[in-house]
Ligand binder design. Structure first.
Ligand code: ACO
Length: 403
């Protein structure tokens, strides 16, 4: 047994909390979650009201600055974002260095990290003006880079931003227009995607946000910190769950096979989990999942998709799980990722782009949290402790004497 107090002479006592299930890493005024009641507030505003009445850019302003913008503030903010939508032409070379079949998330990690090499001024994070410019650059360039990652994956030419369009419509045209054809953004789909972006904008200290804060706590370049957040988001237990949830629905394939998969999810000896179900904080219905379900129906109706077998499987799976003892006892409800895959697929995005869209929307949350941390006078470099369980002190043995 190791006497930790001797190993860490002079250190204070610390808690051991694997997965940080009950450890607050910071104070924050940005996002509030009541997991038992299924409540999510951005700066005090319920997510339902923002998703119904607001737009993504004003949500960005709210998350960054704490208040909803006045009309003049909104106009100024939107025009600043619009002015920064282009990326340096040299960025194209980063894309062409990737294998054609690279996962767009791998491309995102690399190319967003590469932005740090273009904006040296953003390294001066002690300057509030530079922090503001870095935030605007990040929010503005993310749709351009995400659309470039998509275009690269399908072998089409990159499409430049069109500043006459709003934020989300511009993203759609960068993804789906091709030089040889006229492309018109469907306002219903654009509004639906804008709402999806609002739902994903922030979610307090989840794994990727904590990653951004931890990386940023050393004073690292903000673009590199966001790239670290993207890397973390990619995992199937986090942002990658939307891709995994759709793959699961496709694998189940028909309503008749649902009981087989429910049984697998309940089997302790089977690692299978229902993707898009369960949440570390929500022990009630994820409020974002409800809005996402409604948005999913709206999108399918707009596109004239009457019978989507995947939607049938999803609705029935949800119905069965919500009445099943196992899921009730463990408080497992659909999360935001359960319906987002069906919606994004119907809009024309391939599954490999789902987590990219999540990263695009979450960028504002990451940058707002980063900014809040940098501006907090009590901020210190993040440095968790560990519970050492390795060997006690021992002496070096020459190789010829080892047995
Ligand atoms: N299907 C079946 N059983 C589940 C599921 C699931 N989706 N989720 C949790 N459980 C069970 C676990 O097996 C565990 O059972 P036990 O107590 O008998 O061991 C219990 O519920 C608690 O699960 P934990 O993994 O300890 O809960 P945790 O809070 O660590 O995990 C997580 C939350 C990772 C989201 C988990 O529910 C999961 O893996 N879900 C599927 C992936 C997913 O949808 N992720 C998206 C999350 S939302 C987001 O990131 C945007």
């Amino acid at each position: 047994v190791i006497d930790i107090s001797k190993l860490y002479a002079g250190s204070k006592m610390f808690t051991y909390d694997p997965g940080f299930t009950s450890t607050a890493s910071c104070e924050s005024k940005i996002t509030y979650i009541d997991g038992d009641e299924g409540v999510l507030l951005y700066r005090g505003y319920p997510i339902e009201q923002l998703a119904e009445n607001g737009n993504f850019l004003e949500t960005c302003y709210l998350l960054l600055y704490g208040e909803l913008p006045t009309a003049a503030q909104y106009e100024d903010f939107a025009s600043r974002v619009t002015r920064h939508t282009m990326v340096h032409e040299q960025m194209n070379r980063f894309f062409s260095g990737f294998r054609r079949d690279a996962h767009p998330m791998a491309v995102m990690v690399g190319t967003v990290g590469a932005l740090s090499a273009f904006y040296h001024d953003s390294l001066d994070i002690a300057d509030p003006f530079q922090r503001m410019v870095a935030s605007i650059r990040m929010i503005a360039k993310m749709p351009t880079i995400a659309a470039m990652a998509y275009k690269y994956s399908v072998g089409q030419p990159f499409v430049y931003p069109k500043n006459s369009l709003d934020y989300t419509a511009n993203f759609l045209q960068m993804c789906f227009s091709i030089p040889c054809e006229e492309y018109k953004v469907d306002p219903v789909l654009s509004r639906a995607l804008d709402r999806i972006f609002i739902l994903h904008a922030d979610h307090e200290q989840n794994a990727s946000t904590s990653t951004v804060r931890l990386a940023g706590s050393s004073g690292a370049n903000p673009f590199a910190c966001i790239a670290a957040g993207i890397a973390c988001l990619w995992g199937p237990a986090h942002g990658g769950a939307n891709e995994a949830a759709l793959a699961m629905l496709q694998e189940i394939g028909s309503v008749e096979r649902i009981p087989e998969y429910i049984a697998k999810a309940k089997d302790k000896n089977d690692p299978f989990r229902l993707m898009g179900f369960g949440h570390r904080v929500y022990k009630n219905y994820d409020p974002r999942a409800k809005i996402m379900q409604k948005t999913c129906h709206e999108v399918l109706t707009t596109l004239g998709i009457k019978d989507d077998p995947l939607l049938d499987v999803a609705i029935e799976l949800e119905r069965i799980a919500l009445h099943d003892e196992y899921f009730i006892e463990k408080k497992l409800y659909p999360n935001i990722d359960f319906y987002s895959g069906i919606t994004l697929k119907a809009m024309g995005f391939p599954t490999s782009m789902f987590t990219v869209l999540f990263a695009l929307a979450r960028t504002v949350g990451w940058i707002a949290q980063w900014k809040e941390m940098i501006e907090d006078p009590s901020q210190k470099i993040g440095r968790p402790r560990q519970l050492y369980t390795g060997a006690t002190r021992r002496d070096y043995i020459a190789v010829e004497d080892r047995v």
